[in-house]
Design a protein around this ligand. Structure first.
Ligand code: CA
Ligand code: CA
Ligand code: CA
Ligand code: CA
Length: 298
């Protein structure tokens, strides 16, 4: 069973092309909109959308098999249904922009059916095996995959990384012919402002400054150790703020989770983390800073 999953892991890591890249590159022009104003405008748009639309929640409460998440306008047969705005949960996500501001964003999400393995929800730096569909608020699909793919949460847009971490995977069994059946997995949708998406950078099918929404089926997940030093990527969050992207002990612009040598002392983390093998990080000079984060151990 495990073997099947690892085979999938090895052969499908190449598939995260479409969601990849953050908005923080240097394609900015002088006409780029203000981050805070855009965040406010997008939140208005999202709340208006959520107030005027609903989804096929009846289908999720009864069925046992996967259901496609379908958004519908609150009109006609659906006029008396509960609007999305009364069904969503909210998560606040702060983004540090290229011009040094901290901008707060609200991510809206719905767990249409939660997966059975709550404890195996991803962190924002883990990997997830899923199918997904991405849409603009006008309903047009800009990206989707019906064949499951592995995504590395460090390589996807911010809103996706936070949204998908709310949805738990389920269980799976491997059949004699090598195929895998997934059961009891989580299904959900998250709605994000452009500041948690591509912001000013237009992409194929996505105009600049587009709020987006994604529906996902989270089949299974994997805890990541990007730099293979034996410390899980999420545990390389030295300042404990829940965000491993902002921890860079040696200041070389490579965050610890991706840095083979966190303290830049020339000794790889894996070689100085726990030399005596007692399960506790070594602290040779007893200054309270473990050797792998201390470039002056003596
Ligand atoms: Ca690591
Ligand atoms: Ca941190
Ligand atoms: Ca570093
Ligand atoms: Ca080191």
């Amino acid at each position: 069973m495990k073997k099947g999953i690892h085979t999938l892991l090895l052969f499908s890591f190449l598939s995260f092309a479409l969601i990849g890249c953050s908005s923080n590159d240097d394609e900015e022009t002088e006409e780029q909109r203000d981050f805070a104003e855009q965040a406010a405008d997008d939140d208005l748009l999202l709340r208006e959308f959520l107030s005027t639309h609903t989804y096929n929640y009846e289908d999720f409460s009864s069925a046992n098999s996967p259901v496609e998440f379908e958004v519908d306008t609150l009109a006609g047969d659906a006029a008396n249904k509960t609007p999305l705005i009364d069904l969503v949960e909210r998560r606040e996500v702060t983004v540090n922009t290229t011009d040094g501001q901290s901008i707060d964003h609200t991510l809206y999400y719905i767990v249409a059916r939660q997966g059975s393995r709550l404890e195996d929800r991803t962190s924002i730096v883990d990997s997830v095996y899923l199918t997904y569909r991405g849409k603009l608020l006008d309903g047009s699909v800009f990206d989707e995959t019906t064949i499951p793919v592995w995504l590395d949460n460090t390589s996807v847009i911010t809103g996706f990384r936070y949204g998908v971490s709310e949805i738990a995977p389920g269980t799976y069994t491997q059949n004699d012919d090598g195929t895998i059946d997934f059961e009891n997995f989580g299904q959900g949708t998250f709605f994000l402002p452009s500041g948690l998406g591509y912001f000013a950078n237009a992409r194929s099918g996505i105009p600049a400054y587009s709020p987006l929404y994604f529906s996902v089926n989270v089949l299974t997940t994997n805890q990541a150790d990007h730099d293979f030093d034996g410390i899980l990527s999420i545990d390389e969050d030295v300042d404990g703020d829940g965000n491993p992207f902002n921890d860079d002990t040696d200041g070389d612009d490579i965050p610890n989770y991706a840095d083979f040598d966190d303290d830049g002392d020339g000794v790889n983390t894996i070689a100085e983390y726990d030399k005596d093998g007692d399960g506790v990080p070594d602290d040779t000079d007893g200054d309270g800073i473990p050797d792998y984060l201390d470039n002056d151990n003596d």
